[in-house]
Structure formats: C-alpha cells, structure tokens
Design a protein around this ligand. Sequence first.
Ligand code: ZN
Length: 223
Amino acid sequence: MNYRHIIDGTEANLPIGKVVCVGRNYAAHAKELNNPVPSEPVLFIKPNTSLASLAESVLIPAHLGECHFEAEMSILIGTELSANCNEEQAQAAIAGVGIALDLTLRDLQQQLKDKSLPWEKAKAFDGACPVSGFVAVAKISDLQDQQIQLYQNDLLRQDGNSADMLTPVLTLLVYISQFFTLLPGDIVLTGTPAGVGPLAVGDNLTVSLSDLVSCQAQIIRRD
Ligand code: ZN
C-alpha cells in the first residue's frame, strides 16, 4: 500500500487509518438495490489496506465477479472523536473533504447477504477504497450542498447532492463515534446516491465533488 493522504495538493501529516462507511444513506439508492430505507445508519468498515489513490488508475479484482462503482463524499478526520462528542466537535474534527469510490463486489455481496453473512469480502478487499485528494474543510461552505457526480466513459451515471443524505455528515460522525472512535487519519464515506453500476476493465471514470475535487481514472484488472 503506497497510499498517502493529500490535503490541498500537499501530503498531510496524518496516519493512514480505517475507513468507516455508511450504507443506504440516500433513499433513492436503497430503492434501486431493493433494500429497505433504514431507520438508523448501516455502518461497516474498510481496513487501511483498502485505500488507494483515485488519481490515475483503479485496480479491480475482475475475476471475483461484478465490481460496482459507488461514488461518495469522503471526510478526512484530523482530530480524535469519541463517544459522547457533539456536532460542534464533529465539525472541528474534520480536516478535509473529498470524493471516493466504495468499490463493491456485487455478486459476492449478494451471496453473503443471502446467507446473512458479513459483507467484508465484498467491500473491504485490497484497493476497495480509492480516494481523491482532500480540500481543506475551510473551503467547504456547506457540507449538505455538495454535488456528487460520476461519469463512466463520458456517460453521467451518478448525479446526486449531499442535501439528500438521510443522515447528514455531522449527525453521522457523532453516531459513528458512539461505536468506533474516529482517530486522526481515519476516513468516513457518507453513502452513495443512486445510479451505481458495474465497472469494466478499460473504463474511464471521472468522479467529482462540486467544483472542488475532480479525478480521472482508468479501470485496470488486478489478478
Ligand atoms: Zn457505499
């Protein structure tokens, strides 16, 4: 793993931590996969070995079945956030904001879900979390008004806004920290809007967060 956190184009002096993700945080996405809209956030974790840069190429284990893109707003944690924190502390703990892919081996996830087993093999594999560089949080005027877009070979597949999150960012950070202490260098993925779909080797992706972050990457097979 040679991933490093980047903030405003400069390598950040932060460790490479875990990634805490929320599933079904946009009602339209829950519906497209025939999942119920949850009454509480659905959380799962990707280990730091899942992290990769979204800057040039994205490696997918194509031999393990369909691999879906899920574009998500990402939050880089700068200071520790633990149980009983409040939203003000959560806001102060954010170091940067970016865009990421929650890569998901959809066939494998369906098999695991059918057996009521955990999703880790489908979501936490090496390279399952390509992330962009981050912009410093001071440049974000409103966390809940950010456009999340993903183009696959020039076709707009995902076009959502963080205004439509079921659990907004600060509420989500407080909720997560009741279960998992968030440490400096951890990343939180905030859920994907509708429009997810399978990747093919050779695809070109353009993934962006408003006019703040934009990444282009080619999909490459990893055996
Ligand atoms: Zn996701």
